[in-house]
Design a binder for this molecule. Structure first.
Ligand code: DQA
Length: 148
């Protein structure tokens, strides 16, 4: 089972962003923790981060061609703005899990709407870095090749 974790705009700056919302962990810490969990679960995990919307869309197109089994995505601010990323995700046939460190529904009103939510199997937010581990478990459990 191959799972792709996508990190969008500004997430490379974790560790230097507002700790009240995002804690102090870095993206490298998060990727390492997900990799450890992926090893435990026996799944192959690929992580990718970009600050360029077109590159994010192209990485999603590539995931479609590769036939990955599940995608988890924290699109950052693009979650609230990008129809393009939402359209790219809609091409995928595998489950998509939307993830956020902060609880976007408890923050400013402009963060309450996500363009990712309607193409996602589900959304996990508000658990800090642990959101990613929960999302990875969900992605592994709900991918079509999971043994139920
Ligand atoms: C975020 C929430 C977004 O509103 C914000 O723009 C981010 C991070 C989160 O993980 O909590 O960049 O996606």
């Amino acid at each position: 089972m191959h799972i792709l974790a996508l990190h969008g705009i500004n997430l490379n700056m974790l560790g230097q962003r507002d700790p009240a919302h995002y804690g102090t962990v870095t993206l490298a810490d998060i990727d390492a923790a997900m990799q450890r969990l992926a090893d435990e679960l026996g799944v192959r995990l690929t992580c990718f981060q970009t600050n360029h919307e077109g590159q994010m869309c192209e990485r999603i197109h590539q995931a479609h061609r590769e036939g990955v089994d599940a995608v988890l995505i924290n699109a950052g601010a693009w979650s609230h703005t990008s129809v393009a990323i939402s359209d790219a995700l809609a091409i995928l046939r595998c489950p998509v899990v939307e993830v956020h460190l902060s609880n976007i529904h408890a923050r400013e009103p402009f963060r309450h709407h996500s363009h990712i939510a309607h193409v996602a199997r589900g959304q996990i937010c508000g658990f800090g870095a642990d959101s990613y581990l929960l999302a990875l478990r969900a992605a592994a459990a709900f991918s079509p090749c999971a043994r139920h």
